[in-house]
Design a protein around this ligand. Structure first.
Ligand code: HXC
Length: 257
């Protein structure tokens, strides 16, 4: 498929997607969403891919949902069209998805980064939920995912003042997993994704599913879920291979079985 708003590449076992609407700082419009979900879902189904990296440009991961597309929307259209619910498709991916964020990640851009499994930020990254400055509030998960990620006080601060926070603050409050120099962002994200893709694919997928469970359920149910999934891993050839390789002091050769 020919894409106009994203660039899609495969780097060995890593799927690489770059948001590419430079004229609008990667503002997220419906055309971009359609292309992004198609590309993500194709990587998710491809057994040769073990992890996915999503990035933007040096200036902007994404400066938010497309304000010009929303400007004339009325309530009935927004409600009947269940506006923004389609973005949940990103969270239904089963393979690990890393956001590599440089520059602005604002509004829907910050929310998209938070839909990924973890965020690696360039030291130039700026995160914010400035919707209130436009007369609305976060609508793609920001009020919920930001609060769970950084806690109530900081989430309230960001959503109510609309201010931006830099990469150092984002790392301090746990929104991002690591901060790297801007020039190394894509290489670092590809390296992390490559590492994940070198492991057993079903094990990486089950690990993602289990960590995500921590968001969806109580501690005791989450612990039960973890134990059941952990037990099931002993049915995989890759568990035998991983542990045998350790005992034999050689690298494992995972078969994704
Ligand atoms: C549409 C956008 C855009 C956006 C930038 N552009 N952000 N277009 N939607 N979210 C366009 C500008 O209109 C401009 O187009 C071009 O991109 C370059 O932007 P500038 O503003 O000229 O760049 P700069 O001066 O460097 O400022 C960067 C910026 C600013 C601080 C990021 O662009 C900005 O504040 N953008 C809006 C950020 C925002 O409020 N995001 C939240 C959106 S609401 P032209 O044609 O003039 O060159 C949201 C809602 C989520 O995400 C769901 C709930 C409703």
């Amino acid at each position: 498929m020919a894409y106009e708003n994203i660039i899609v590449e495969t780097r060995e076992k890593v799927g690489f997607i770059q948001l590419h609407r430079p004229q609008a700082l990667n503002a997220l419009n419906s055309a971009l969403l359609a292309e992004l979900s198609t590309a993500l879902e194709a990587f998710d189904k491809d057994n040769g891919i073990g992890a996915i990296v999503l990035t933007g440009s040096e200036k902007a991961f994404a400066a938010g949902a497309d304000i010009k597309e929303m400007q004339t929307l009325d309530f009935a259209d927004a409600y009947l069209g269940d506006y923004f619910s389609e973005w949940e498709r990103v969270t239904r991916l089963r393979k690990p998805l890393i956001a590599a964020v440089a520059g602005y990640a604002l509004g829907g851009g910050c929310e998209l980064a938070m839909m990924c499994d973890f965020i690696i930020a360039a030291d130039t990254a700026k995160f914010g939920q400035p919707e209130i400055t436009l007369g609305v509030m976060p609508g793609m998960g920001g009020s919920q995912r930001l609060t769970r990620s950084v806690g109530k006080s900081k989430a309230m601060d960001l959503c109510l003042t609309g201010r931006m926070m830099d990469a150092a603050e984002a790392e301090r409050c746990g929104l991002v997993a690591r901060v790297v120099p801007a020039g190394e962002l894509v290489a670092e994200a590809l390296k992390a994704a490559g590492k994940i893709a070198s492991f057993s694919l079903p094990v990486a997928m089950m690990t993602k599913e289990t960590v995500n469970r921590a968001y969806e359920t109580t501690l005791s149910e989450g612990l039960r879920f973890e134990r059941r999934v952990f037990h099931s891993m002993f049915a995989l050839e890759d568990q035998k291979e991983g542990m045998t390789a350790f005992a034999e002091k050689r690298p494992p050769n995972f078969k994704n079985r």
